[in-house]
Design a protein around this ligand. Structure first.
Ligand code: NAD
Length: 555
């Protein structure tokens, strides 16, 4: 039979199955209007795109203008996720170029609202959803994922999303957002990331009654049934993606501590809410000691909240104080907690296990304000998820006892912050060393502009992930988070500190992540945890592993 005459683009497809409209609908290969005229001919794209070829810079400009035209942060989020679904390379390039502006859109605080509205703004599926009905076939669900070389998994069961509580299946926005930061901040290849929602139901009545809710409209499973599902899931991950780091995210604290304890010495895993938060906060405290010219071991820290974040931070601080020469007992004695009921102290009979080691001998104290007066701490760290708890009275008291009171209002999203940057600086007469969980804009007070830092876990977990992946570490250890904190602290310049910022600018995040990855690898090699041969230059190796959001050239 004579061959049918076809145009060259269709006759000799350069990427079989990845030409024409299929190519434009493939987010990892699509370049949109940036396909050159030559590529358009070769790849069956003739007529499928507006005629004028854009550069990537022009595409980024078009995108950022579009984002800025949106009238709410949630709409900006929707615009960004639509881009991620359409053209992944451009998404990561734009996030990299406009990290200060776009990180609060793709992650905290906007991701909180995006999760609350997940079922209502849903357009296209992303990630894997596993429920109790997949019991017995979780491996099969994992095998349905199109990419086989998965290296980082973020999994949530949606029970404690940021400070917003049980959002059930709506919590999927968190693993999606977090993994996009692994790529944007550290350069983990997007195809090596996998977001997972373990939908075990929800106890959120509002969601259960919402006809548009996309998760299992059933109460949460608990106890043995829950543990068996987790166990099957963990074993399935080990079998299907043996090289993957498994990050547990936004589990309620009654499960988070347990699961971390159960799996940390068995598989390559960590909990960012506990360990990542601890590391970034410790880095912030190291920065404050450079300003106060004291040592960490001289600090007395009062936590508002005694959950995952608070206990995780305290445990790492204790390790750091011990490294500075204190005994463990002395170091623990420097960390105090107020939970939803009162000061955590030894006469209390209602304490959960994770609080007990910090229940020091002390008379009962009913409130945070009273605890501040009695304990006279050098630092106040808010991680209760309760807004506006750092009142004027409390910050004024902190400023009486301390020349430079350390005030970290870490609860997320912004609506849950214990106080704003403006309040911290005004009530302390400009003396507070302030950091927050969600970003605050620069604030001018008495002629000085304060650029407060965000104690953003994104300074830590992407770099830790890159380090673990780059040396194929079998475990993630607390020592790695301690070294990550030290490394981050060292990267804060005097110029950063002079503006009141306790962290490096986010614009340096890729460099920061590479340094943290190198520090993490150093620990892995020292502790004989790395499966990959040791490279000569760890920093160069980390950098060489970073995915770059640049377009492929089609020959
Ligand atoms: P969690 O649920 O484990 O702990 C919350 C703790 O707050 C519990 O101990 C609870 O008893 C206590 N609490 C509740 N109401 C209180 C009240 N009225 N007074 C005092 N204590 C009260 O949650 P978590 O993982 O520890 O997170 C807490 C907050 O910290 C969240 O808002 C989260 O977004 C934020 N966080 C911030 C960062 C960051 O900025 N880098 C990282 C992790 C968590």
């Amino acid at each position: 039979m004579p061959a049918t005459k076809t145009p060259p683009s269709a006759k000799t497809p350069v990427h079989p199955g990845k030409t024409g409209v299929d190519l434009l609908h493939n987010p990892s290969l699509n370049k949109g209007t940036a396909f050159t005229n030559e590529e358009r001919k070769k790849l069956g794209l003739l007529g499928l795109l507006p005629p004028r070829v854009s550069t990537m810079d022009q595409q980024v400009l078009r995108l950022i203008n579009n984002v800025r035209r949106q009238t709410s942060d949630l709409q900006k989020y929707v615009e960004m996720i639509a881009l991620l679904d359409r053209n992944e390379t451009l998404f990561y390039r734009a996030v990299q170029d406009y990290i200060d502006e776009l990180m609060p859109i793709i992650y905290t605080p906007t991701v909180g609202a995006a999760c609350q509205m997940y079922a209502h703004i849903f357009r296209r599926t992303r990630g894997l959803f596993i429920t109790k009905y997949e019991k017995g076939s979780i491996k099969q669900a994992l095998r349905n994922w199109p990419h086989k070389d998965v290296r980082v998994i973020v999994v949530t069961d949606g029970e404690r999303i940021l400070g917003l509580g049980d959002l059930g299946c709506n919590g999927m926005g968190i693993p999606v957002g977090k993994l996009s930061l692994y790529t944007a901040c550290a350069g983990i290849h997007p195809e090596q990331t996998l977001p997972i929602m373990l939908d075990v139901g929800t106890n959120n009545e509002k969601l259960l009654a919402d006809p548009l809710y996309l998760g299992m409209a059933e109460k949460r499973i608990t106890g043995k049934e829950y543990d068996a599902l987790i166990q099957e899931f963990v074993a399935a991950v080990q079998e299907v993606f043996p090289k993957a780091l498994l990050q547990f995210e936004d589990f309620a604290n009654h499960n988070a501590f347990r699961l971390l304890e159960k799996y940390r010495d068995e598989i390559c895993t960590f909990n960012d809410d506990i360990q990542g938060t601890a590391s970034v906060t410790l880095a912030g405290l190291f920065s404050t000691t450079r300003l106060t010219k004291t040592a960490l071991k001289d600090m007395k820290i009062l936590f508002h909240g005694a959950g995952e974040a608070a206990i995780g931070i305290a445990d790492l601080i204790v390790g750091a104080m011990v490294a500075e020469g204190l005994s463990k007992k002395e170091a623990m004695g420097r960390c105090w907690f107020v939970d939803s009921k009162a000061l955590v102290e030894s006469t209390r009979k209602d304490l959960q296990d994770h609080k007990k080691p910090y229940a020091h001998k002390h008379a009962p104290v009913a409130s945070l304000a009273e605890a501040v007066k009695v304990l006279k701490p050098t630092a106040l760290i808010g991680v209760s998820g309760m807004a506006k708890q750092f009142t004027q009275e409390i910050i004024e008291d902190m400023s009486k006892f301390n020349k430079q009171p350390v005030i970290f209002a870490l609860s997320n999203p912004t609506s849950k912050a214990e106080c704003s940057a403006e309040e911290a600086y005004t009530w302390s007469d400009g003396r507070a060393l302030f950091a927050s969980g969600s970003p605050f804009p620069p604030f001018e007070y008495k002629g000085k502009t304060y650029v407060s830092g965000q104690g953003n876990n994104a300074y830590i977990f992407p770099g830790v992930g890159l380090g673990v992946v780059a040396c194929a570490s079998k475990r993630v250890t607390d020592e790695m988070f301690y070294e990550a904190a030290r490394t981050l602290g060292k990267l804060v310049t005097q110029g950063d500190l002079d503006t009141g910022c306790l962290f490096p600018p986010l614009t340096k995040i890729r460099e920061v992540s590479a340094h943290i990855a190198a520090a993490v690898m150093e620990v892995a090699y020292k502790r004989d945890l790395a499966a990959a041969p040791k490279p000569k230059d760890l920093l160069a190796h980390a950098k060489s592993r970073q995915y770059q959001p640049v377009y492929k050239k089609y020959a």
